[in-house]
Design a protein. Structure first.
Length: 234
């Protein structure tokens, strides 16, 4: 009888350990952070988007079918919008996105930017630093919102710049896979006391003039003004 009870207790302990291990794995999977993916996208059979990553200056010869989980299918919409105005619309299109790449496929959670003028991995754009957390810009009037790890500023015409608290944007550019598609709002105050509301809505954004599409529409409300345009990082 004693041996039976001991074996029963040992069995329960193993079951508890297995349950804890399963929960830990589930939590790790749920909180995984998407990685930045850079490369070229083309359309394969049955309309499936395929990804060819850049390995340094060389484009991978392997094609990774993309599971497009971007909000409102913004990846496919962005690729389609840029292709319509591309000069060389049948070659692979350079795309920046956040997602996961497996051994045989890729999953896209956030579409950031597609640029039709990039021809190869040797000529990748280097205009956005790796520490950029939020980047949006528009015209009429001209404005630019730049948020990095250490600083934030709203740049306006006539060289006017409003300094903003970078800490207020701490979640920008660091979203986890389950949160990539969630619209979000930042309520901040400039160094001179001006309240500014920043609304970021993940969706395809393009003005239809240049060979570029973006993954978010950004709206700014300040000083009784409303301006909006596209975000390349968010």
């Amino acid at each position: 009888m004693t041996n039976i009870k001991a074996k029963s207790r040992a069995g329960r302990r193993k079951a508890v350990r297995r349950a804890f291990a399963f929960c830990a794995l589930a939590l790790a999977a749920a909180s995984s952070v998407a990685a930045d993916l850079r490369g070229f996208v083309s359309e394969g059979g049955a309309g499936v988007l395929q990804f060819q990553p850049c390995n340094g200056a060389v484009m991978s010869q392997q094609l990774f079918p993309i599971d497009d989980k971007t909000p409102n299918g913004s990846l496919r919409s962005g690729v389609g919008a840029v292709r319509q105005i591309m000069l060389h619309r049948y070659r692979p299109l350079y795309v920046e996105m956040r997602g996961e790449r497996g051994k045989t496929n890729a999953t896209a959670y956030q579409f950031q930017r597609a640029v039709g003028t990039v021809e190869s991995c040797k000529t990748l754009p280097r205009d956005i630093p790796s520490n950029m957390r939020l980047l949006a810009a528009g015209e009429g009037p001209s404005w630019r919102l730049v948020v990095t790890d250490a600083s934030a500023a709203l740049e306006l015409p006539d060289k006017v710049s409003m300094k903003l608290p970078a800490a207020a944007f701490k979640t920008a550019g660091t979203k986890r896979t389950a949160e990539e598609s969630v619209p979000r709002t930042y309520e901040v105050q400039s160094a001179d006391g001006t309240p500014i509301r920043v609304e970021v809505n993940p969706q395809m954004c393009s003005d239809g003039r240049f060979e570029t599409g973006y993954g978010a529409r950004v709206t700014l409300l300040f000083e009784n003004r409303v301006v909006q345009h596209c975000g390349a990082r968010f």
